[in-house]
Write a protein that binds this ligand. Structure first.
Ligand SMILES: *[C@@H]1O[C@H](CO)[C@@H](O)[C@H](O)[C@H]1NC(C)=O
Length: 308
Protein backbone atom coordinates (compact mmCIF):
# COMPACT_ATOMS: atom_id res chain seq x y z
CA UNK A 1 0.00 0.00 0.00
CA UNK A 2 2.76 2.39 1.04
CA UNK A 3 4.63 1.64 -2.17
CA UNK A 4 1.57 2.39 -4.26
CA UNK A 5 1.05 5.65 -2.42
CA UNK A 6 4.70 6.64 -2.95
CA UNK A 7 4.42 5.87 -6.63
CA UNK A 8 1.24 7.94 -6.84
CA UNK A 9 2.95 10.89 -5.16
CA UNK A 10 5.96 10.60 -7.46
CA UNK A 11 3.70 10.53 -10.50
CA UNK A 12 1.86 13.59 -9.23
CA UNK A 13 5.17 15.40 -8.75
CA UNK A 14 6.31 14.47 -12.24
CA UNK A 15 3.02 15.72 -13.60
CA UNK A 16 3.46 18.98 -11.72
CA UNK A 17 7.00 19.37 -13.08
CA UNK A 18 5.74 18.76 -16.60
CA UNK A 19 3.05 21.40 -16.22
CA UNK A 20 5.20 24.14 -14.77
CA UNK A 21 6.14 26.35 -17.70
CA UNK A 22 9.80 27.16 -18.28
CA UNK A 23 10.59 30.64 -16.91
CA UNK A 24 10.88 33.58 -19.26
CA UNK A 25 13.24 36.55 -19.23
CA UNK A 26 12.51 39.81 -21.07
CA UNK A 27 14.97 42.52 -22.11
CA UNK A 28 13.19 45.72 -23.10
CA UNK A 29 14.10 47.96 -26.02
CA UNK A 30 15.51 51.45 -26.41
CA UNK A 31 13.41 54.18 -24.84
CA UNK A 32 11.64 51.67 -22.62
CA UNK A 33 12.38 50.37 -19.13
CA UNK A 34 12.02 47.11 -17.23
CA UNK A 35 8.98 48.25 -15.28
CA UNK A 36 7.24 50.51 -17.78
CA UNK A 37 3.48 50.18 -18.16
CA UNK A 38 3.98 48.47 -21.50
CA UNK A 39 6.44 45.91 -20.16
CA UNK A 40 4.30 45.11 -17.11
CA UNK A 41 1.29 44.65 -19.35
CA UNK A 42 3.27 42.42 -21.71
CA UNK A 43 4.35 40.24 -18.78
CA UNK A 44 0.71 39.97 -17.68
CA UNK A 45 -0.38 38.93 -21.15
CA UNK A 46 2.30 36.25 -21.24
CA UNK A 47 1.02 34.97 -17.91
CA UNK A 48 -2.43 34.58 -19.37
CA UNK A 49 -0.98 32.52 -22.25
CA UNK A 50 1.16 30.41 -19.91
CA UNK A 51 -0.53 30.35 -16.48
CA UNK A 52 1.97 30.02 -13.64
CA UNK A 53 4.98 31.14 -15.70
CA UNK A 54 7.76 32.99 -13.89
CA UNK A 55 8.69 36.16 -15.80
CA UNK A 56 11.71 38.34 -15.08
CA UNK A 57 12.20 41.71 -16.74
CA UNK A 58 15.88 42.66 -16.99
CA UNK A 59 16.90 46.02 -15.57
CA UNK A 60 20.16 47.91 -15.53
CA UNK A 61 18.85 50.21 -12.83
CA UNK A 62 15.91 49.56 -10.51
CA UNK A 63 14.77 53.16 -10.92
CA UNK A 64 12.49 53.42 -13.97
CA UNK A 65 13.95 56.67 -15.33
CA UNK A 66 17.53 55.58 -14.76
CA UNK A 67 16.77 52.28 -16.45
CA UNK A 68 15.38 54.10 -19.48
CA UNK A 69 18.49 56.27 -19.53
CA UNK A 70 20.70 53.17 -19.47
CA UNK A 71 19.23 52.22 -22.83
CA UNK A 72 20.93 55.28 -24.32
CA UNK A 73 23.99 55.77 -22.14
CA UNK A 74 26.47 53.27 -20.84
CA UNK A 75 28.78 50.48 -21.85
CA UNK A 76 27.04 47.46 -23.34
CA UNK A 77 29.81 45.03 -22.40
CA UNK A 78 29.46 46.12 -18.77
CA UNK A 79 25.66 45.99 -18.93
CA UNK A 80 25.68 42.42 -20.26
CA UNK A 81 28.11 41.41 -17.49
CA UNK A 82 25.83 43.01 -14.91
CA UNK A 83 22.83 41.21 -16.38
CA UNK A 84 24.62 37.87 -16.19
CA UNK A 85 25.14 38.47 -12.46
CA UNK A 86 21.51 39.50 -12.08
CA UNK A 87 20.21 36.38 -13.84
CA UNK A 88 22.49 33.93 -12.05
CA UNK A 89 21.23 35.23 -8.70
CA UNK A 90 17.57 34.39 -9.44
CA UNK A 91 16.76 30.93 -8.10
CA UNK A 92 13.72 30.47 -10.36
CA UNK A 93 16.02 30.63 -13.38
CA UNK A 94 18.49 28.02 -12.13
CA UNK A 95 17.33 25.31 -14.52
CA UNK A 96 17.44 27.55 -17.60
CA UNK A 97 14.86 29.78 -19.25
CA UNK A 98 13.46 31.11 -22.51
CA UNK A 99 14.14 34.73 -23.38
CA UNK A 100 12.65 37.54 -25.43
CA UNK A 101 14.70 40.54 -26.47
CA UNK A 102 12.95 43.58 -27.85
CA UNK A 103 14.97 45.60 -30.35
CA UNK A 104 18.47 46.20 -28.93
CA UNK A 105 17.60 43.89 -26.01
CA UNK A 106 17.76 41.08 -28.60
CA UNK A 107 21.42 41.44 -29.50
CA UNK A 108 22.23 42.06 -25.83
CA UNK A 109 20.63 38.74 -24.90
CA UNK A 110 22.58 37.08 -27.69
CA UNK A 111 25.73 38.52 -26.12
CA UNK A 112 24.64 36.94 -22.82
CA UNK A 113 24.24 33.56 -24.51
CA UNK A 114 27.61 33.72 -26.24
CA UNK A 115 29.61 35.00 -23.27
CA UNK A 116 27.87 33.59 -20.20
CA UNK A 117 24.79 31.44 -20.76
CA UNK A 118 24.74 30.36 -17.15
CA UNK A 119 21.96 29.65 -16.44
CA UNK A 120 21.36 28.68 -20.07
CA UNK A 121 18.78 30.06 -22.48
CA UNK A 122 16.61 27.42 -24.14
CA UNK A 123 14.78 29.42 -26.83
CA UNK A 124 15.86 32.96 -27.68
CA UNK A 125 13.35 35.19 -29.48
CA UNK A 126 14.44 38.59 -30.76
CA UNK A 127 12.01 41.19 -32.12
CA UNK A 128 13.35 43.76 -34.59
CA UNK A 129 16.88 43.44 -33.21
CA UNK A 130 20.06 44.82 -34.75
CA UNK A 131 22.14 41.66 -34.99
CA UNK A 132 24.40 42.97 -37.70
CA UNK A 133 24.22 46.54 -36.49
CA UNK A 134 22.67 49.68 -37.91
CA UNK A 135 23.99 51.95 -40.61
CA UNK A 136 21.92 54.94 -39.52
CA UNK A 137 20.81 56.21 -36.13
CA UNK A 138 17.05 55.96 -35.60
CA UNK A 139 15.08 59.19 -35.72
CA UNK A 140 13.66 60.45 -32.42
CA UNK A 141 10.28 61.81 -31.46
CA UNK A 142 10.28 65.65 -31.61
CA UNK A 143 10.16 66.06 -27.82
CA UNK A 144 12.24 63.05 -26.85
CA UNK A 145 15.23 65.06 -25.61
CA UNK A 146 17.06 62.09 -24.14
CA UNK A 147 16.94 60.49 -27.56
CA UNK A 148 17.72 63.69 -29.49
CA UNK A 149 20.83 64.44 -27.47
CA UNK A 150 22.08 60.86 -27.69
CA UNK A 151 21.41 60.82 -31.43
CA UNK A 152 23.33 64.02 -32.03
CA UNK A 153 26.25 62.73 -29.98
CA UNK A 154 26.31 59.41 -31.83
CA UNK A 155 26.19 61.09 -35.23
CA UNK A 156 28.98 63.43 -34.19
CA UNK A 157 31.79 61.01 -33.42
CA UNK A 158 30.40 57.53 -33.54
CA UNK A 159 33.77 55.79 -33.66
CA UNK A 160 35.44 58.02 -31.09
CA UNK A 161 36.45 56.32 -27.85
CA UNK A 162 34.01 58.36 -25.77
CA UNK A 163 31.03 57.33 -27.90
CA UNK A 164 32.15 53.72 -27.95
CA UNK A 165 32.36 53.65 -24.15
CA UNK A 166 29.30 55.73 -23.32
CA UNK A 167 26.68 55.74 -26.06
CA UNK A 168 24.81 52.47 -26.41
CA UNK A 169 23.80 52.89 -30.04
CA UNK A 170 27.35 53.72 -31.11
CA UNK A 171 28.29 50.27 -29.87
CA UNK A 172 26.20 48.58 -32.56
CA UNK A 173 26.63 51.21 -35.29
CA UNK A 174 28.23 49.54 -38.29
CA UNK A 175 28.83 51.85 -41.23
CA UNK A 176 29.51 49.82 -44.40
CA UNK A 177 31.30 52.87 -45.84
CA UNK A 178 33.70 53.04 -42.91
CA UNK A 179 34.38 49.48 -41.82
CA UNK A 180 38.02 50.03 -40.89
CA UNK A 181 37.08 52.59 -38.26
CA UNK A 182 34.37 50.24 -37.01
CA UNK A 183 36.75 47.29 -36.68
CA UNK A 184 39.33 49.44 -34.95
CA UNK A 185 37.07 51.11 -32.40
CA UNK A 186 34.09 48.86 -31.71
CA UNK A 187 34.38 46.34 -28.92
CA UNK A 188 30.79 45.14 -28.64
CA UNK A 189 29.28 44.25 -32.04
CA UNK A 190 32.62 43.22 -33.55
CA UNK A 191 33.05 40.95 -30.53
CA UNK A 192 29.64 39.23 -30.42
CA UNK A 193 29.79 38.74 -34.19
CA UNK A 194 33.37 37.42 -33.94
CA UNK A 195 34.37 39.71 -36.80
CA UNK A 196 38.00 40.20 -35.81
CA UNK A 197 39.94 37.07 -36.74
CA UNK A 198 42.68 37.60 -34.13
CA UNK A 199 40.29 37.62 -31.21
CA UNK A 200 37.64 35.23 -32.48
CA UNK A 201 36.26 33.25 -29.55
CA UNK A 202 35.12 29.67 -30.12
CA UNK A 203 33.09 29.66 -26.91
CA UNK A 204 30.71 32.21 -28.43
CA UNK A 205 29.93 29.86 -31.32
CA UNK A 206 29.53 26.82 -29.10
CA UNK A 207 27.21 28.70 -26.77
CA UNK A 208 25.02 30.13 -29.52
CA UNK A 209 24.75 26.73 -31.18
CA UNK A 210 23.62 25.30 -27.83
CA UNK A 211 20.30 27.17 -28.14
CA UNK A 212 17.29 25.03 -28.82
CA UNK A 213 15.76 27.64 -31.16
CA UNK A 214 16.78 31.12 -32.24
CA UNK A 215 13.65 32.95 -33.36
CA UNK A 216 14.38 36.06 -35.41
CA UNK A 217 11.43 38.38 -35.87
CA UNK A 218 11.51 41.20 -38.43
CA UNK A 219 9.06 44.10 -38.64
CA UNK A 220 8.04 44.25 -42.30
CA UNK A 221 7.67 48.05 -42.42
CA UNK A 222 10.48 48.88 -40.01
CA UNK A 223 11.91 52.32 -40.87
CA UNK A 224 13.61 52.80 -37.51
CA UNK A 225 16.20 50.08 -37.92
CA UNK A 226 18.40 50.63 -40.98
CA UNK A 227 18.60 48.15 -42.53
CA UNK A 228 15.59 46.40 -41.03
CA UNK A 229 17.02 43.08 -42.25
CA UNK A 230 19.57 43.36 -39.43
CA UNK A 231 16.84 41.50 -37.51
CA UNK A 232 17.55 38.54 -39.84
CA UNK A 233 21.33 38.99 -39.88
CA UNK A 234 21.27 40.87 -43.18
CA UNK A 235 23.64 43.79 -43.67
CA UNK A 236 24.47 46.49 -46.16
CA UNK A 237 27.48 46.48 -48.41
CA UNK A 238 28.79 49.26 -50.62
CA UNK A 239 28.15 48.23 -54.20
CA UNK A 240 31.78 48.81 -55.16
CA UNK A 241 32.60 45.59 -53.34
CA UNK A 242 32.95 43.65 -56.59
CA UNK A 243 32.62 40.09 -55.30
CA UNK A 244 29.20 40.82 -53.84
CA UNK A 245 27.77 42.56 -56.89
CA UNK A 246 25.90 39.46 -57.98
CA UNK A 247 24.16 39.09 -54.67
CA UNK A 248 21.82 42.01 -55.18
CA UNK A 249 18.63 41.43 -53.24
CA UNK A 250 17.17 44.88 -53.25
CA UNK A 251 18.37 48.43 -53.34
CA UNK A 252 18.68 50.53 -50.19
CA UNK A 253 20.53 53.82 -50.35
CA UNK A 254 22.11 54.50 -53.74
CA UNK A 255 25.31 52.53 -53.93
CA UNK A 256 24.33 50.02 -51.26
CA UNK A 257 22.96 46.53 -51.45
CA UNK A 258 21.63 44.22 -48.84
CA UNK A 259 23.43 40.96 -48.27
CA UNK A 260 21.27 38.32 -46.61
CA UNK A 261 22.44 36.10 -43.78
CA UNK A 262 23.50 33.11 -45.88
CA UNK A 263 25.87 35.27 -47.91
CA UNK A 264 27.66 36.87 -44.97
CA UNK A 265 31.17 35.64 -44.13
CA UNK A 266 29.93 35.46 -40.52
CA UNK A 267 27.51 32.77 -41.67
CA UNK A 268 29.53 31.08 -44.38
CA UNK A 269 32.59 30.62 -42.16
CA UNK A 270 30.34 30.12 -39.15
CA UNK A 271 32.07 32.54 -36.81
CA UNK A 272 29.29 32.43 -34.21
CA UNK A 273 27.56 29.06 -34.59
CA UNK A 274 24.69 30.58 -36.55
CA UNK A 275 25.20 28.34 -39.56
CA UNK A 276 25.31 25.26 -37.37
CA UNK A 277 22.02 26.29 -35.76
CA UNK A 278 20.47 27.07 -39.14
CA UNK A 279 21.55 23.84 -40.82
CA UNK A 280 20.11 21.98 -37.86
CA UNK A 281 16.81 23.73 -38.65
CA UNK A 282 16.83 25.72 -35.44
CA UNK A 283 16.82 29.28 -36.74
CA UNK A 284 13.23 30.42 -37.15
CA UNK A 285 12.53 33.46 -39.35
CA UNK A 286 9.30 35.23 -38.43
CA UNK A 287 7.59 38.44 -39.52
CA UNK A 288 5.43 40.97 -37.77
CA UNK A 289 3.49 43.33 -40.02
CA UNK A 290 4.23 46.95 -39.31
CA UNK A 291 6.75 49.56 -38.16
CA UNK A 292 9.45 48.90 -35.58
CA UNK A 293 8.05 47.33 -32.39
CA UNK A 294 4.43 47.72 -33.51
CA UNK A 295 3.98 44.31 -32.10
CA UNK A 296 0.18 44.12 -31.84
CA UNK A 297 -0.71 40.51 -31.13
CA UNK A 298 2.06 39.21 -33.37
CA UNK A 299 3.95 37.91 -30.33
CA UNK A 300 1.22 35.59 -29.14
CA UNK A 301 1.62 32.64 -31.49
CA UNK A 302 5.41 32.82 -31.06
CA UNK A 303 5.17 32.92 -27.27
CA UNK A 304 2.75 30.00 -27.35
CA UNK A 305 5.14 27.95 -29.44
CA UNK A 306 8.55 28.96 -28.15
CA UNK A 307 8.02 29.89 -24.51
CA UNK A 308 6.65 28.17 -21.46
C1 LIG B 1 36.11 33.50 -24.77
O1 LIG B 1 34.87 33.70 -24.16
C2 LIG B 1 34.70 33.03 -22.92
C3 LIG B 1 33.27 33.23 -22.50
O2 LIG B 1 32.95 34.59 -22.37
C4 LIG B 1 35.69 33.59 -21.92
O3 LIG B 1 35.57 32.92 -20.69
C5 LIG B 1 37.10 33.42 -22.46
O4 LIG B 1 38.02 34.04 -21.62
C6 LIG B 1 37.21 34.02 -23.86
N1 LIG B 1 38.50 33.67 -24.43
C7 LIG B 1 39.38 34.58 -24.79
C8 LIG B 1 40.63 34.05 -25.37
O5 LIG B 1 39.18 35.77 -24.68
Amino acid sequence: MAVIRTVAILLALLDLAACTPRPLVLWHGLGDSATSKGMLQFADEIKSVHPGIFVHSIYIDEDLDQDRRAGFYGNVNEQVQLVSEQLSAITELEGGFDAIGFSQGGQFLRAYVERFNSPPIHNLMTFGSQHTGISDIPACGPRDFLCLIARRAVKGAVYGSWAQENLIQAQYFRDPANLDAYYASNSFLTSINNEIAEVRNGTYARNLASLNKLVLVIFTKDKTVVPKESAWFGSEVIVDDEPLRDNVQHILLPGRILVPMEQQPLYQEDWIGLRELDERGDVVFAECEGEHMQIGDCWEALVREFAG
